[in-house]
Design a protein around this ligand. Sequence first.
Ligand code: FAD
Ligand code: FES
Ligand code: FES
Length: 375
Amino acid sequence: MAAELEFYVNGRKITESKPDPELTLLQYLRHIHISVRLTGTKLGCGEGGCGACTVMISTYNPSLDKILHYTANACLFPLCSVHGLAVTTVEGIGSTRTKLHPVQERIAKAHGSQCGFCTPGFVMSMYTLLRNNPQPNLEELDTAFDGNLCRCTGYRPIIDGFRTFTKEYCTMGEQCCQNKKKEELLDKTGNIVDASCTLFNKDYQPYDPTQELIFPPQLKIRFKGYHERYVSFKTDRVEWHRPVTLPELLELKESYPDAKIIIGNSEIGIETKFKKMLYKVLISATNISVLNTINVADGGINIGASVNLARFEDTLQSVVNKYSEEKTRSFKAILEILRWFAGHQIRNVAAVGGNIMTASPISDLNPLKVALIII
Ligand SMILES: Cc1cc2nc3c(=O)[nH]c(=O)nc-3n(C[C@H](O)[C@H](O)[C@H](O)COP(=O)(O)OP(=O)(O)OC[C@H]3O[C@@H](n4cnc5c(N)ncnc54)[C@H](O)[C@@H]3O)c2cc1C
Ligand code: FES
Ligand code: FES
């Protein structure tokens, strides 16, 4: 059983001997750990809706032998869930004191930051997109910010700045206005021919993915130790258990019948923060492999309860791409709903099982699942 919570923040190892299961990652980053005190990640709504608290979470996936990066809302991410993971905050990628990251530089130069409260969140969503794909396309860019709100800029300058990272940024080749001097952009009367070319100074540093912060090697080397071992933390009020097998989970549930199973915390987090519910025993089901399995067969798809909605979406999309229209019509209906389901940050952590068990009367997915009789 792991005695300490261990994770990395911006490449630095953090160890906590008595982590509080009631704390979120955001509270910890901003206020708790005296030497961490990273206030760049903002608290906006506190309920997963605005994206001001967006951070990048990275983990090693041994079956793919790949490092996976995803965005998450630190305001709902339980501190105890971060064991064995790497967290990157806006401070970790660059700053005015050291050097701005190209993502930070371009949003600033394109006037994509006004009050600035949303900016760290937008920066981290863009940064994560680039870590997974150094040259995204426009469609990926358009959907990357579905979990980020800005009340000042109208979004246009943010997208203008970030468009410069895409493949389709400019199709004009040599004729691109970036290659022209200012005089060449004026007509005979001295007016600017295309105002959009001069809206911001495009003299920015190139993006070089090889210069990014590396994933902490220890998290890969000691993967089993971090992810395949039972972990438990407790305070006087709340206990946190993270079993790694189904029998362990069932034993816990037998010992603590009132225990709450937790995965993405996107529902429980709202109940504990805003409805002041207290769950004295929490059982995290994130690391139980049988609950994280997806089996695609000719007769249908089996999806483990802990599979997050982003993976669920990717799987359905690949099935839709592979099988004929009449076999996949219901999956297309689910995909259409998932597009409107929260933002990336929530879908990256919220689970299929969590959605079913919440049994919310306003759930988007459950009526569809019932109608399609897929469960
Ligand atoms: C900003 C925001 C937007 C949202 N948008 C939508 C939306 O558009 N549509 C919608 O339908 N919902 C929405 N939700 C609700 C929520 O995100 C989903 O219901 C989500 O799927 C819950 O999953 P979770 O893993 O986060 O659940 P958790 O909060 O971890 O758990 C939720 C419930 O499920 C139970 N549970 C979890 N796993 C298991 C298991 N394996 N066995 C038994 N019980 C289990 C828990 O005990 C708890 O009662 C939103 C939430 C937020 C915060
Ligand atoms: S503070 Fe709004 S999503 Fe976290
Ligand atoms: S710049 Fe003010 S909220 Fe976006």
